[in-house]
Design a protein around this ligand. Structure first.
Ligand code: SF4
Length: 391
């Protein structure tokens, strides 16, 4: 297919596809699916070989958030029966993190519900980072604490944080339909603050919230412009008790097309397969490893993932290898730039500025034909419980 040959060539040169090309990937038929995966897989292997980076989530503070993000089980008014607890002590968080590291995780992601941290919260997270780094040599720590105020990114950086996550989640045009208590611009601002403080920026999306193909392309192009080092791709877990509980819009095939599109638009960025992979990709998860070079090991913030052992077996069976701490995740041209705090760019500025205008809407979101609520399990183990974590 000409489209795929063009996209592979561009991906190998780190050149931005046009919006039409990105939309065309999402519009490919199921008959072409393996060709799409193979093409995006070439780009993935060029920049990341067959390595898979493992990340481990530690939910430092769960539930009771004052914000109203419709997709989130921790939101204001959520009826989802999730674990609810306040800040874990540094030693509790460190214990949970150690389980992930022992399972092969190279990065620990410390997440707390809420609009954003107070300065006292930042200090507390700083002590937690210190405790984790003392116990686990070489581990990367990413903080995800919501919207940052001036100076907080710098303080997290001095406390030892390597990265900061704040997702854009969806397009600017639909953001107000998903959340009303903060804006898309607030989110962009926090990613920029993290970047400016020399933290490795991590920012991604959630697919499956009823958005159009154009919305998906919008958010991925916006991410490319923001230039994070890692882009988590979440697939909505429609939790009972949240406003999006009935949004079962994804098929495994569509989830793969979305990942392929992200890989073509951000060829040399850590594309991370994130929440919802077990629920929406199901038995096709191994194919997603040809597109994403990074996954979360074990459980998520409020839901349970498949067993950590099953993750490791899947990686080995699919012919991939877990990335070790002695390997730098990003290609040299990006890691050099990231280490001097300027960001590497997933393509040159001149290429980024040659974007073409968005075409008119062409496709409707694909509706999955049945809800798989049987695959959604609320997390009942690990951080905040007396039970061993899944790692
Ligand atoms: S701010 Fe974070 S924890 Fe709060 S509702 Fe939004 S996504 Fe959930």
């Amino acid at each position: 297919m000409d489209l795929l040959n063009t996209l592979v060539d561009k991906g190998l040169r780190r050149e931005l596809p046009t919006r039409e090309e990105a939309l065309a990937v999402l519009a490919t038929s199921d008959d072409d699916l393996l060709d799409v995966v193979a093409a995006a897989g070439k780009v993935r292997r060029q920049w990341f070989g067959r390595r898979v980076k493992l990340n481990y989530l530690v939910n430092l503070k769960s539930g009771l958030c004052p914000e109203d993000c419709s997709y989130c089980s921790q939101r204001l008014g959520s009826k989802a029966e999730i674990l609810k607890y306040t800040w874990l002590k540094p030693e509790e968080a460190s214990k949970a993190a150690a389980a992930g590291v022992a399972g092969g995780a190279k990065r620990v992601c410390l997440v707390a519900s809420g609009r954003g941290p107070t300065d006292r919260d930042v200090e507390r997270v700083g002590r937690t980072i210190e405790a984790i780094k003392e116990e686990n040599e070489g581990v990367e720590v990413c903080a995800c604490l919501g919207l940052l105020s001036d100076g907080q990114a710098e303080r997290l950086r001095s406390a030892g944080a390597d990265a900061y996550n704040h997702n854009l989640n969806t397009s600017e045009g639909t953001y107000g339909d998903i959340t009303t208590t903060h804006t898309y611009a607030d989110r962009v601002d926090t990613v920029q603050k993290a970047h400016a403080a020399g933290l490795s920026a991590c920012s991604g999306l959630i697919a499956g919230m009823g958005e159009s193909d154009e919305d998906l392309v919008d958010v991925v192009f916006a991410l490319r412009e923001l230039d994070p080092d890692s882009v988590p791709v979440n697939f909505l877990i429609p939790f009972e008790g949240t406003p999006l509980a009935k949004e079962w819009n994804l098929t495994p095939q569509r989830a793969l097309r979305i990942l392929a599109m992200v890989r073509f638009v951000c060829p040399d960025v850590e594309v991370r397969l994130a929440g919802g992979r077990e629920v929406h990709l199901r038995t096709l998860q191994p194919l997603a490893l040809h597109l994403a070079n990074s996954i979360f090991l074990g459980d998520y913030l409020t839901s349970e993932g498949q067993a950590g052992k099953a993750d490791l077996e899947m990686i080995a069976d699919a012919g991939f290898e877990v990335e070790g701490t002695d390997t730098t995740t990003l290609p040299e041209h990006r890691s050099d730039a990231a280490s001097c705090g300027t960001g590497g760019g997933c393509g040159s500025g001149s290429v980024c500025s040659s974007e073409e205008p968005a075409p008119a809407a062409t496709t409707e979101p694909v509706r999955g034909d049945q809800a798989r609520t049987d695959l959604v399990a609320v997390r009942r183990r690990g951080a905040g419980t007396d039970l061993a974590p899944n790692a």
